[in-house]
Write a protein of this length. Sequence first.
Length: 396
Amino acid sequence: MKHRIVVLGAGYAGAYSAGYLARQLHSDDFEIIVANAELDFVERLRLHQLAAGHELPHRPLAEVFAGTDIQLRLARVTSIDAERRTVTIADGADTDRLEYDTLLYALGSTTADNGIPGVAEHAFHVAARPSALRLRSRLDELGEGGRVLVVGGNLTAIEAATEIAEARPGLRVSLATSGELGGWLGPKARRHVLGAFDRFGITVHEHTKIERVEETGAVAADGTVFAADATVWAAGFAVHPIAAASGLAVEANGQITVDRQMRSISHPDVYAAGDSVFVIGDNGRPLPMSCASAGYTGTQAAAAIVGDLTGRKIKATALSYVGNHISLGRKDGIFQLVDGDAHSKPGALRGRSAARVKSAIVAISAWAVSRPTFGKPNHKYRLATTREVSPKLVTA
Ligand SMILES: Cc1cc2nc3c(=O)[nH]c(=O)nc-3n(C[C@H](O)[C@H](O)[C@H](O)COP(=O)(O)OP(=O)(O)OC[C@H]3O[C@@H](n4cnc5c(N)ncnc54)[C@H](O)[C@@H]3O)c2cc1C
């Protein structure tokens, strides 16, 4: 019997980690199965572009994993039984149960409705491809002067509002945020963001807490009604409830609690990476949900799995948070670095050069995930048996 590793989710963390595992582990001893709801590797970093009307390249996971020993199951994960080591997946009306010896949980996150009534029923969001496409269809229906309200003042709200306003100049875009728009940014970056909003004609309502979303707009805590033909909810991300329901130890927000090697603290045969994981970064603060964090935690989780199963020494991956790159449409952006306390530095790269840096980072991230055979090692590692303290190194 081979040791079965099941990877849940093939986004930035899951797809990258699965490729890493396939490169390092010998297929005589290990079976790697990846379960993912989407047919493609979805570049989540670009979903606001998709919603605004741009096309994204299709990257079918079957092609991404071609040439590896990874088995792909295109299905929705519905539950995990961490005691029995099983995962239930659903493909349409059909359900199946996958048994695992080792699990890597990387299901990412979705939009956080923050308990606000009407968000689930009436708002649009860009946290997943189906929802981004739904918003795009709605925008297509709106004629000249159609009103779009974006709720949120952070990265995704800024990117969504500017992208929509640039791609669809006939629409009237506004943004409502409970705090300040980009309030965490350094002064130069914030001024630049406000300047971009001004240029795009986006109306900004700061210190405005939306309390209810309706079919025809949103209502603020002070009773102000914002009429909108499409309300885009971009007020943060929340993890899927599957981990909390599985019996794994989770934080209050549902993120899986792990050790420095990304092992679940309650179930050491379960590892987690990406948005789903709660881990303290090298700066002593929780790592933010981000593509970079998905890369670090995915690499660390895969290295720990290889080490734990083969007896190799586990290399520590840096868990850094250096800053944010934010697009302001296709030709503008900012790259805001943070200091060791995660506070924005006073300066920031701005304008077209920042937009180019962002495009390059997005492209490199997609490239790294979709080339699992790149950097294939000369050796693959065998499963360490209980009697075998050091792993058997064999030629692949
Ligand atoms: C519009 C937008 C812009 C962003 N921009 C940036 C940015 O500029 N920089 C940055 O660092 N971060 C950005 N982010 C955040 C970044 O995308 C996430 O932090 C990152 O994708 C997390 O990686 P992940 O692998 O944990 O999750 P994901 O990349 O979301 O991957 C999760 C995978 O699991 C699959 N999945 C989910 N649920 C199930 C299920 N029940 N069954 C089966 N499969 C499932 C999904 O289909 C997906 O393939 C942005 C996010 C959005 C939405």
